[in-house]
Design a protein around this ligand. Structure first.
Ligand code: NIG
Ligand code: FE
Length: 413
């Protein structure tokens, strides 16, 4: 396999001499960088990083001149629904005309709308469309991603989605983690029989997923009109018993106790958090669960942004992800997430970059493989077009500044 030397980079961003597991609180204000640097890649891994005046012998390496450019670790997008069928721009127009996301859901739109389409799509169609989206987000710098099921809502369709995720893992160099979200919504035929659907998840879906080894995580949408904290409690119990790690949707519209339940089950992350009470923050402080915020969902739905600054000032780590899905966030663009985090949540570029790299990796349990430029980690990195500084990335919102992306040391595109 080719050996690559990236040379003369104006700056290497998020370099680690001794890798950390995550960055929390005031540590998020610091972004370790190296000026006029090199990165050496061999056999899919980073084998050296340093400043140009200490460059070792690079005979046999293909060289890339990165003068004027920055080198970043690829973004770690720890929350997506990348596998879906069709689109929902009709609901987008309904919202422009005054309906809320919840009202659209109640009249059979929303998640159930996507479920109907997904149930009618073949595994191959789903795979092809998801692979297209995946290569699109790679071109914007994403190199690790979590992908959920949850638009199946029947045993067969949930398995179909997770098999697509498995095929994506095999077909792509992106580091992928699968999250089982059978508890995304109650299907129409179980509206009057919630218990029946919960039994289906616990008795049939989870065992089938376990036996095929199709998921790493278990999710539930804990929200008024969706799954209650008690219902999520039972589902997470069954998931954990099957070896799945909880990573859940909570506090998007209401704070109803989901965070405490998730923490009780050792959740890796709790995601959304647009609506938070003091007791929720207190619970997070006594846990290792990573609060994950989704600013492009807030942007698209016009709902509040999660309290990013407050969580950091309480000493917590935060991760930022896209929530890419056809209903609440039809975009997997991590540079836009960075811009929103800085512009709308008032994060500094350092905080936002930590939240989209090392903390995003930690929110997928991938912090030892990706999330920073460090010797021994996967060579998942990108170089930018010539830019004045790393703050220029969130500043120039909507611009395409990612130039070349390597995943496992392989140049993409
Ligand atoms: O994370 N809130 C729950 N699930 C998705 C949206 C699902 C949809 O509208 O299709 C989310 O925002
Ligand atoms: Fe989501």
């Amino acid at each position: 396999m080719a050996k690559t030397a990236i040379l003369h980079a104006k700056q290497i961003v998020q370099v680690e001499q001794s890798p950390v597991q995550r960055v929390s609180g005031s540590m998020m204000n610091t972004l370790p960088c190296l000026d006029n640097g090199f990165v050496l890649i061999e056999k899919g891994k980073i084998i050296g990083v340093g400043s140009m005046d200490e460059l070792p012998n690079i005979d046999g390496f293909e060289t890339i001149d990165a003068s004027g450019c920055l080198v970043f670790p690829t973004w770690c997008d720890s929350h997506t629904h990348l596998v879906y069928a069709g689109s929902r721009e009709g609901e987008f127009v309904d919202r422009i005309n005054g309906l809320t996301y919840e009202e659209i859901g109640k009249k059979g739109g929303g998640i159930l709308n996507s479920a109907k389409r997904l149930q009618n799509a073949s595994e191959d169609e789903l795979f092809e469309s998801a692979l297209g989206r995946l290569s699109d987000v790679v071109s914007t710098g994403t190199g690790a991603i979590e992908i959920k099921s949850g638009y199946g809502l029947t045993l067969d369709a949930e398995l179909k989605m997770l098999r697509v995720v498995k095929r994506l893992k095999e077909a792509s160099e992106v580091a992928i983690r699968a999250n089982f979200l059978g508890a995304h919504a109650f299907p129409q035929n179980f509206k009057e029989d919630r218990e029946g659907y919960i039994q289906l998840i616990i008795e049939e879906m989870i065992p089938a997923i376990k036996s095929e080894g199709l998921a790493d995580f278990i999710d539930a949408f804990c929200e008024s009109n969706y799954f209650s904290p008690d219902e999520m409690d039972r589902i997470l119990d069954a998931g954990v018993a099957a070896g799945l790690v909880p990573k859940v949707h909570v506090n998007q519209f209401t704070s109803i106790g989901g965070i405490e339940v998730a923490i009780k089950h050792g959740a890796l992350s709790v995601d959304h958090l647009e609506v938070m009470q003091d007791s929720d923050i207190k619970a997070l402080k006594s846990s290792t669960t990573i609060p994950t915020l989704l600013p492009s969902c807030s942007f698209f739905l016009g709902i509040p942004y999660g309290p990013a600054k407050e969580l950091i000032s309480e000493g917590l780590p935060i991760a930022l992800a896209t929530d890419f899905n056809p209903g609440s966030t039809p975009s997997g663009n991590m540079p836009f997430v960075l811009s929103l985090a800085c512009i709308k949540m008032k994060l500094t570029p350092e905080q936002a970059i930590n939240a989209t790299t090392i903390n995003g990796a930690a929110a997928m349990g991938l912090q030892n493989e990706v999330g920073s430029i460090a010797t021994g980690k996967k060579a998942n990195l990108f170089i930018t077009k010539p830019v004045p500084s790393y703050a220029y990335i969130p500043y120039s919102f909507g611009s395409r500044l990612v130039d070349k992306v390597w995943l496992n040391g392989i140049l993409q595109g």
